[in-house]
Design a protein around this ligand. Structure first.
Ligand code: BGC
Length: 521
């Protein structure tokens, strides 16, 4: 297949462009002659050269990008594969070998909005650690005060004891500032710890592996709650970790607090994962009680889907490269095709490949060798650039130009911008389709007539088309008898953890906290 500049632009963009062109045409006719004359006189010879794209080059670009396309029948196949992996994770006889672990979370009750109490919530899942003091006010109202601490790379990859010591120092600093340190109240903590954990209770969670660039020693296979509580006790802090939850669970809980139809929690951020409400009779690995409600939230850890090579038929050489240079090669294969930690890097590798095949940045041959530019360095193309590039509508490409200049390409041509935008769109669309296939499996499985999916994460929040692309695909994959809704969840990692801690403890009412948020280094 061949594409011209117009074909690169999506259909919905073409109408406004034609309008703009019509308006512009009259002005252009009048000014055109004068501008052209001036240009011929003033422009240096080299800038007068336009790069007309050869049709066979277009074909080669399309061939590269075709490898990212997933056909509808492939999506349906992926759904079947995921459902089989889910059943393997839920069954005691296959759980140990299963890659999609389907961990029961021990969260059975969904909040009603009447919860009352004051609790601490902690949130660790990436380079930020957040501490929050949360007042649940009983009428679906929540007040909070919070502080964000950065986790240095040296701690993310250092000794586990050091990590938990650091977290408890941050907690100490926060409680001191809020005047709740050394009081006679032992504050319950809900801890959002967004890594795969096998749980034996609400306050017992063994880390099965690190993801998202963390690799602290001495934590895998250990009970994270114990490690953290030891560090808290060592510092003499009056707080007790009563619940550990995954960020997907927090997202589901925070959304359910406002919308009782919520049955799925989804994170599309640095990493990706989903949880959902499952009936106990389908959870063969369940070791808890069978009291009402006979349901439990399952933390799927769907990022590991494909770790047993089942998704190899859709993986590209760029996915393989991203995987090999990660901190956890061979792991989190589905996550690496979707989430924010990897999306920019996939785009960067495709750009580099097209450049090396002389299909892109044709006017920049003399700067190819500048290996110091971000384009040549791992992580040099941030995932936020994908969102920025895709925000451009029409043919001006002002954001795309800025991004390309940031990565070391000065004065990109129109073709360069159009091709880079095309790459970003293909990579993010593939991610949205994969997430849609996963969500559709869950919605069809839950089988309720109305299902709300609570979503959070930077990729979902800041990408201009992720939601639309995902919904379009789900319209095709979700059973027609089911109405689904995707709702942005409001701070699930904070409020959700507080709700679970509150449900676990039945906490006492304390004075309300003030509102503010700040970041320290
Ligand atoms: C982790 C999950 C988490 C997800 C989103 C993944 O890397 O394994 O536990 O929910 O990222 O933060």
């Amino acid at each position: 297949m061949r594409f011209s500049v117009v074909q690169i632009l999506e259909d919905d963009l073409i109408a406004p462009i034609i309008k703009k062109v019509a308006y512009g045409l009259a002005t252009t006719c009048i000014l055109g002659g004068a501008v052209y004359a001036g240009y011929r006189v003033a422009a240096p010879a080299q800038q007068q050269t336009r790069h007309y794209r050869q049709p066979e080059l277009n074909d080669q670009i399309e061939t590269v990008l075709d490898s990212l396309k997933i056909a509808d029948d492939q999506l349906v196949h992926i759904m079947h594969l995921l459902e089989a992996e889910m059943n393997a994770g839920l069954s005691p006889s296959t759980h140990d070998q299963a890659v999609v672990k389907m961990f029961p979370t021990y969260v059975k009750n969904i909040p009603t909005g009447t919860e009352v109490g004051q609790v601490l919530a902690l949130d660790l899942g990436g380079t930020n650690f957040r501490v929050l003091l949360i007042d649940l006010r009983g009428n679906s109202r929540i007040e909070l005060t919070s502080k964000i601490f950065l986790i240095p790379q040296s701690i993310m990859m250092g000794d586990g004891k050091q990590l938990f010591r650091h977290l408890s120092e941050c907690l100490h600093e926060f409680m001191l500032k809020e005047h709740i340190l050394n009081t006679d109240v032992c504050y319950p903590i809900g801890f959002t710890f967004s890594f795969p954990c096998s749980q034996e209770g609400l306050a017992s969670a063994r880390l099965t592996s690190w993801t998202k660039g963390f690799s602290c020693s001495g934590v895998v296979n250990e009970d994270v709650v114990k490690l953290f509580q030891n560090a808290i006790n060592e510092k003499g802090i009056n707080a007790k970790c009563v619940a550990l939850i995954n960020d997907t669970v927090g997202t589901l809980m925070a959304c359910a607090y406002k919308d009782p139809a919520t049955a799925v929690g989804l994170i599309l951020g640095t990493g990706t994962n989903a949880c959902y409400i499952e009936q106990l009779d389908k959870v063969g690995t369940w070791k808890g009680d069978y009291d009402e409600p006979k349901q439990v939230i399952i933390n799927m850890e769907w990022g590991a889907f494909g770790d047993n090579h089942r998704l190899d038929f859709i993986r590209t050489r760029y996915d393989e490269e991203v995987d090999l240079s990660s901190t956890n090669p061979g792991r989190q294969i589905f996550e690496k095709m979707i989430s924010g930690l990897y999306m920019g890097e996939i785009v960067r590798l495709i750009i580099l490949d097209l450049l090396q095949r002389e299909l892109l940045f044709l006017g920049h041959r003399d700067t190819y060798g500048d290996y110091k530019t971000p384009l040549y360095n791992r992580g040099g193309f941030y995932t936020k650039f994908v969102s920025t590039v895709e925000t451009d509508e029409g043919i001006k490409f002002s954001n795309t130009r800025r991004v390309l200049e940031d990565i070391g390409i000065q004065n990109p041509t129109f073709d360069d911008c159009a091709i880079v935008q095309h790459i970003c769109r293909q990579v993010s669309k593939r991610a949205a389709k994969l997430a849609a296939a996963g969500l559709s499996v869950l919605i069809n499985r839950i089988g309720r007539p109305n299902v709300t999916v609570g979503v959070d994460g930077s990729l979902y929040r800041y990408h201009p088309r992720f939601k639309t692309n995902m919904e379009r695909c789900m319209d095709m994959l979700v059973n027609k008898s089911i109405q689904f809704k995707i709702a942005l969840s409001d701070d699930g990692s904070g409020k959700g953890a507080a709700l679970v801690a509150c449900l676990a403890e039945g906490t006492s009412w304390k004075k309300p906290a003030a509102h503010h948020e700040e970041t320290v280094n």
